[in-house]
Design a protein around this ligand. Structure first.
Ligand SMILES: NC(=O)c1ccc[n+]([C@@H]2O[C@H](COP(=O)([O-])OP(=O)(O)OC[C@H]3O[C@@H](n4cnc5c(N)ncnc54)[C@H](OP(=O)(O)O)[C@@H]3O)[C@@H](O)[C@H]2O)c1
Length: 500
């Protein structure tokens, strides 16, 4: 994992990746066009991808000319920061190799093996599954059959995108299918959230500073809130979202991962397994949800029509592809308890929603209140301090601390100390960071199979209870008006913290 230093500069990758054949399954899809190809171009530019690497695209029913044109048009449309003159494009095309074929056809993998065979140099390969998740097991099996998994001639690593299953059973099935062909250390389950500089920086703030860690426990912290709020609706993803909902889409994956980083013990060393062992211990300490507590400890809601930034937004049920009587949640919140020495009695409130007033991701650590107001016994106790890690859009850290009001008074007011972290334009984006880690064989920022299964096991009782739901609370798009959040944050100092 590469960290940004004091003077943010484009990351140059001080650890060098070996030449690698980067195979993309789904080389005509949205993820490839918007994220992977632009990231690979930038990585080639700054040396994060070795110049002798090749990009092999598995493409169905298209000629090479059509495929290249499709990529060219996408780069023009989505990646304005990449200047694409013809010299540069032609140089890139020399690195792009098309392997035609359908994922369902075993011959496709044989053709891929032949393509890799004719390429000179070491046979390192990264297989990136930018395809619908139902194909992951088939691709793993196809690669196994074509003898593309063994690492005799170079490393072989497979990358898959979430969702890693839709519940515990499907997650286990997927893990079993992948592990039938690959060793766990060859499997990279990508969560682009963990590739964000500001998320990785959580660990550095915690473990590279002497001032934080002594306070980081139940003696000083009242509760923790982690929120990912979006202004967007479901865009074109109705088919997936109707089955997934906010709990699966955001909480089970990204936000529980962030929770483990906030709550974990210092690892014995900064290596993939040491870090993931500590994250796993947090998940194992999460108090299981009893069916009778689910109403008390969770909130599900769905957006009704409203206005965001002056624009009218339709209700969720009026979105294209959504059933008019859908009760899928577009907002989910869960109150977790971590039953261990450090966190006993400290609620972790995780929430995420669409069509909220702001696009923000934050971790807020709310400290306990001062015991009484020393300065003026007749007024209320000053506000409890909060340490806020802003993960996006603008990474940084904010400390809300009480200071004396100016003038002839000892009354206090909240002073906000801000430490912006890095200009997002100057740091590598999440896909660059994570693909670079795959090339280096560093799995620290990727989920291990036991973590994925455990997080599904934790939320399984909630999924079950919610699957029986026949109605759902509604909130007006563009507002924080979710009444049930008051109940969920009961007993938490200052209640629900909505980002400003
Ligand atoms: N898009 C994003 O920003 C994003 C973000 C996070 C995660 N993801 C995940 O990334 C994965 C891909 O998403 P996407 O949005 O890129 O999907 P997409 O636009 O639907 O692309 C799917 C790709 O898979 C190919 N494909 C499907 N069936 C195939 C078959 N039988 N044989 C050969 N190729 C086949 C498609 O080829 P055709 O063009 O020939 O149909 C296309 O290239 C999904 O798991 C998604 O959850 C995507």
């Amino acid at each position: 994992m590469t960290m940004q230093t004091e003077n943010a500069k484009p990351m140059l990758g001080n650890e060098k990746a070996e030449p690698t054949n980067i195979v993309i399954f789904g080389a005509t899809g949205d993820l490839t066009k918007r994220k992977l190809l632009p990231a690979l171009i930038r990585m080639l530019d700054c040396g994060m991808v070795h110049k002798d690497s090749r990009i092999l695209g598995v493409v169905n029913n298209r000629t090479r000319e059509v495929w290249l044109q499709l990529l060219f048009d996408a780069l023009k449309a989505f990646s304005h920061e990449i200047t694409l003159d013809m010299d540069r494009w032609n140089a890139l095309c020399e690195k792009l190799i098309m392997v035609p074929g359908d994922l369902a056809d075993d011959e496709t993998y044989v053709r891929l093996a032949e393509s890799l065979q004719v390429l000179g140099g070491k046979k390192n390969a990264m297989f990136y599954c930018a395809i619908p998740p139902q194909w992951y097991s088939k691709v793993a099996a196809g690669l196994g059959k074509a003898n593309l998994v063994s690492e005799d001639e170079g490393y072989r690593r497979i990358v898959i995108e979430k969702p890693f299953g839709m519940n515990l059973e499907t997650s286990r099935k997927l893990n079993n299918a992948l592990q039938t062909e690959f060793h766990e250390n060859q499997i990279y389950r990508i969560d682009h959230y963990l590739g964000k500089e500001s998320v990785q920086n959580l660990l550095v703030y915690r473990f590279a500073n002497g001032v934080m860690e002594p306070l980081w426990n139940r003696n000083y912290i009242d509760h923790v809130q982690i929120i990912v709020s979006e202004t967007l609706g479901i865009e074109y993803r109705a088919k997936y979202y109707e089955k997934a909902g906010a709990l699966r889409d955001m909480i089970q994956s990204h936000i529980m991962q962030v929770m483990t980083l906030v709550a974990m013990e210092p690892p014995v060393e900064f290596t993939a397994d040491a870090v993931r062992d500590e994250k796993m211990k947090v998940l194992r300490a999460v108090r299981p949800f009893k069916p009778e507590d689910i109403d008390k400890l969770t909130v599900a809601a769905q957006y009704a029509k409203g206005t965001i930034d002056g624009e009218e937004c339709p209700s969720y049920v009026a979105e294209e592809g959504v059933s008019p009587d859908s009760v899928t949640e577009t907002f989910a919140a869960v109150r977790f308890q971590i039953d261990n020495w450090r966190w006993q009695g400290v609620p972790f409130i995780l929430c995420s929603g669409k069509r909220l007033p702001k696009r923000v991701s934050e971790v807020m650590i709310r400290f306990r209140k001062p015991p009484f107001n020393l300065f003026n016994k007749h007024t209320s106790i000053p506000k409890a301090n909060a340490l806020v890690f802003r993960l996006q859009p603008d990474g940084g850290i904010v400390l809300r601390i009480n200071a004396k009001k100016t003038g002839p008074t000892t009354d206090s007011e909240v002073m906000v100390m801000r430490a912006p972290y890095a200009n997002n334009n100057e740091v590598a984006n999440a896909y660059e960071v994570l693909m670079h880690d795959v090339l280096l064989g560093d799995g620290t920022l990727f989920s291990r199979s036991d973590e994925v299964n455990e997080s599904w096991a934790i939320i399984e009782p909630i999924l079950k209870a919610w699957s029986e739901r026949v109605s759902i609370e509604r909130y007006r798009a563009g507002t924080w008006d979710i009444a049930a959040m008051e109940r969920l944050t009961q007993g938490c100092v200052h209640g629900w913290h909505t980002p400003t």
